[in-house]
Design a protein around this ligand. Structure first.
Ligand code: MTE
Ligand code: MO
Length: 198
């Protein structure tokens, strides 16, 4: 047996923190709360999640296959938080359980309190988005979107709608809440897509 040389014994080291920061962002170690209005508090026995014509109660939603994912998140107000740990149901799982997406190209996420955000189906399928109900191993706090929120970590965090209640499947694109105020339609932090025209 040849000796195992140092440097070839494990995985490649993870990228340095600085390489994980998109342009214009700074690191935070706390978890800021950004909400455009008051925190809704929907009791679990009145909570449901709907995709098109399919709805799940809280109990039925918990019974769906879930995943634990660790991702960096990036807010358009320039804070980024690395290595956040979430548990939830992949959007792929939800769309499939709802019978597919028909001819839809986009979806509108609708929330308690009236917040909306639009997403291309390409940005929420293929293992890129989850409906998350736990953060750091504990039920998601109401301030951070509990009972359940959307998690689309590869886009600016305004796309990760808190207090999520439904996906409306759309045949074309429509602006959501911040998008109608001039924020970018897609919001890729690596391309600094903050505002319309970026
Ligand atoms: N329903 C709802 N979802 C929302 C928001 C909101 O105001 N309402 N704010 C968005 C913005 S701008 C950001 S940065 C993140 C903040 O999530 P946090 O409060 O858990 O950090 O939620 C996003 N999702
Ligand atoms: Mo944000």
């Amino acid at each position: 047996m040849p000796p195992i040389s140092r440097g070839f014994q494990g995985r490649r080291p993870p990228p340095a923190e600085s390489e994980r920061l998109p342009p214009g962002q700074y690191l935070v170690h706390d978890f800021p709360v950004l909400s455009a209005g008051p925190t809704p508090r929907t009791p679990l026995d009145r909570w449901s999640f709907t995709v098109g014509a399919t709805s799940w109660s809280w109990e039925a939603f918990q019974a769906l296959p879930s995943e634990t994912v660790t991702r960096d998140i990036h807010c358009v107000t320039k804070w980024s938080k690395l290595g956040t740990v979430w548990e939830g149901v992949a959007v792929d799982t939800l769309l499939e359980a709802a019978g597919g997406t028909g001819g839809a190209t986009h979806l509108m996420a609708h929330c308690d309190g009236g917040y909306t955000t639009n997403l291309a189906l390409d940005d929420v399928t293929g293992g890129k988005a989850w409906v998350a109900y736990a953060f750091d191993g504990a039920p998601l706090e109401p301030e951070h979107g509990g009972p359940a929120r959307l998690l689309v970590p590869h886009l600016y965090f305004w796309k990760s709608a808190k207090w999520l209640r439904s996906f409306e499947l759309l045949d074309g694109d429509q602006p959501g809440f911040w998008e109608a105020f001039g924020y970018h339609d897609r919001g890729d932090p690596w391309l600094e897509q903050r505002y319309q025209g970026d």
